[in-house]
Design a protein. Structure first.
Length: 574
């Protein structure tokens, strides 16, 4: 049957009255107008919502046949980001018809919208006849792909491939099914089949997607130069084919044509600045070339456009920060590093201003962890420790509430400092997590592979546990063990607290040792039990009859420093 006849028959069979539609538009008048127009088409089951929060809740409990989503929703996220979230959480099915709508017909809006592969994009103002045609075409497309996705979900990839082939034999050419078939063949690794089918389509029914897949096949066969030439030609003929820029950038990078790869990636990002993986790609390529200004520019784009609806925004920030550190540590001059730190703080502040109130503490915590890692790498361990404790302090009693990406990022620094109490809490929290994002998994895998480091921390925990019962009756033995710990972990909180207690019990006051331990435990938040231990020690040192005047003065000084520091920290938090 010719496609035109098939389409006409499908159109006559559509009953709009049985379909469920959700309209998402933050402008009440626009939502009501669309509602009225869809009623005129015979649609009866229509829900409208003015916010992304309500759209999410509705899609969680109701299976919609159609979504009509405005691109510009509010400052939190746009329609593209909402659809990405709904699909990622599987609140809408693959067969759900999706139509994007906007009064903004800019290249950025159209290309970003098309990145979620909607059935159609409509520019406002819209007419009834346009709506009818778009919804009819979208319904036909959703009906055609539904059995394929159902088969894929229930029976797997090969039956889905077979069904695609069957439908094409029955219906003739169909761009969407042809492209879906090619994607499935490549996903299954059937490159030879994909190549044969692509060669047929190039002659009979070419599309930009087919040309893109032809380039991917050439690359898979090792014909890198040929693949690059194909993509360059495709971009020349279709300069808004953003996927072609992505693949071209990757292929150029593989050929070590780094400057060309960066320029290509930056072009794609300029077209679609809201798509975060492109900002990260630009940042990574720029970092490889030590182009710090380009890295910062990509970071600013990320902060200004990053979707902030769920925790994935923090994962993207962690990925960017890892790239930033690559450039940061290549700098030879302290002035250059200082400027980069200021730029990173500005990027965090920009993102912070866009976050929802309940998300802001996570970024604040992550920012302190990042600065702690930079300080530690620059051999400023005490500064690093204070930063780290300040960042974690709101979560000392609820470590399990922190996202995995924060836990994974903070673990290496905690291990370096020997903070076994918090390390133990984090490890217990991580054991309860079902899965991890790629960034967190990479961090954790790198730690697991460092067997010597893991064993060293386990030994530290064992020795600290052995020391504690010795404090009361055998302080000399405990002191010797604490001194040994501090050789390997010179900023370990428990070891310094234990050493101070031993020195007090033995009535020994050695100014340099005491000052070093006081510096390591003061002017920073600590977990509640360690903070109580510290306060008791400082109070004892300041008031005991056996304390020397110099010891009393030192204890009082560090009491005041700690109190003042904690007050400042509490004021900032408030």
């Amino acid at each position: 049957m010719p496609p035109s006849a098939n389409t006409h028959q499908a159109q006559t069979e559509i009953n709009f009255s049985k379909l469920k539609l959700l309209i998402v538009d933050d402008q009440r008048s626009a939502a009501l107008m669309l509602y009225s127009m869809m009623q005129k088409l015979g649609m009866k089951n229509i829900d409208t919502t003015l916010s992304y929060q309500d759209a999410i809740e509705r899609c969680k409990i109701k299976h919609y046949d159609f979504l009509l989503v405005d691109y510009h929703l509010d400052n939190t996220l746009n329609g593209f980001e909402l659809l990405c979230l709904l699909r990622r959480r599987k609140y809408v099915s693959a067969s759900c018809g999706v139509i994007m709508i906007s009064g903004d017909s800019s290249t950025e809006v159209i290309l970003t919208s098309m990145a979620v592969e909607p059935d159609s994009f409509i520019t406002k103002p819209v007419t009834l006849s346009v709506l009818e045609k778009k919804f009819t075409d979208a319904r036909i497309a959703s009906q055609q792909r539904k059995p394929i996705y159902d088969t894929l979900n229930i029976h797997g990839i090969q039956p889905a491939i077979d069904l695609c082939k069957q439908k094409l034999r029955q219906q003739g050419h169909n761009h969407r099914i042809e492209e879906l078939l090619l994607d499935l063949l490549i996903e299954k690794g059937e490159w030879e089949q994909a190549e044969r089918f692509t060669n047929i389509l190039i002659k009979e029914n070419p599309t930009h997607k087919v040309s893109l897949i032809k380039a991917r096949i050439a690359h898979h066969k090792g014909k890198h130069a040929e693949a690059i030439a194909m993509l360059q030609q495709l971009i020349q003929h279709s300069p808004l084919n953003i996927d072609a820029y992505d693949y071209l950038s990757n292929f150029l990078e593989e050929k070590k044509q780094y400057h060309e790869a960066l320029v290509t990636a930056e072009t794609a990002l300029q077209f679609t600045p809201s798509i975060s993986h492109r900002a990260l790609k630009v940042a990574q390529l720029a970092a490889n070339l030590d182009k710090s200004d380009n890295v910062i520019a990509a970071g600013k784009t990320l902060a200004a456009r990053l979707p902030i609806i769920d925790i994935s925004w923090l994962i993207r920030f962690a990925e960017f920060t890892a790239i930033f550190e690559q450039v940061y540590f290549l700098q030879s001059y302290s002035s250059r590093r200082k400027r980069l730190r200021q730029e990173l703080k500005a990027i965090h502040q920009r993102a912070f201003s866009r976050l929802l109130p309940h998300q802001q503490p996570f970024l604040d915590c992550f920012g302190h962890i990042t600065m702690a890692r930079l300080s530690l790498a620059e051999e400023q361990p005490l500064k690093a420790k204070r930063r780290l404790m300040l960042g974690l302090s709101p979560y000392f009693d609820i470590i399990n509430k922190l996202p995995s990406v924060i836990l994974a990022d903070v673990l290496p620094t905690l291990i370096n400092l020997g903070e076994t109490k918090i390390i133990g809490e984090i490890n217990r929290a991580l054991k309860l997590r079902d899965s991890f994002d790629d960034h967190s998994q990479n961090r954790l895998d790198a730690l697991k592979q460092n067997e010597a480091l893991i064993q060293s921390v386990k030994n530290l925990e064992t020795v600290l546990a052995h020391c504690y019962p010795l404090l009361a009756n055998r302080p000399e033995e405990a002191l010797a063990l604490y001194e040994q710990i501090l050789i390997d972990y010179p900023y370990c909180t428990e070891a310094h607290l234990g050493r101070l207690q031993c020195l007090n019990q033995l009535h020994v006051f050695e100014p340099s040792q005491t000052r070093l331990s006081l510096q390591a435990i003061s002017s920073m938040p600590l977990p509640e039990d360690l903070a109580l231990w510290r306060d008791q020690l400082l109070s004892t040192m300041a008031t005991a009859n056996t304390s020397s005047p110099q010891q009393v003065q030192m204890a009082v000084t560090y009491q005041r420093k700690t109190t003042r520091y904690l007050q400042i920290g509490n004021n900032r938090a408030a």
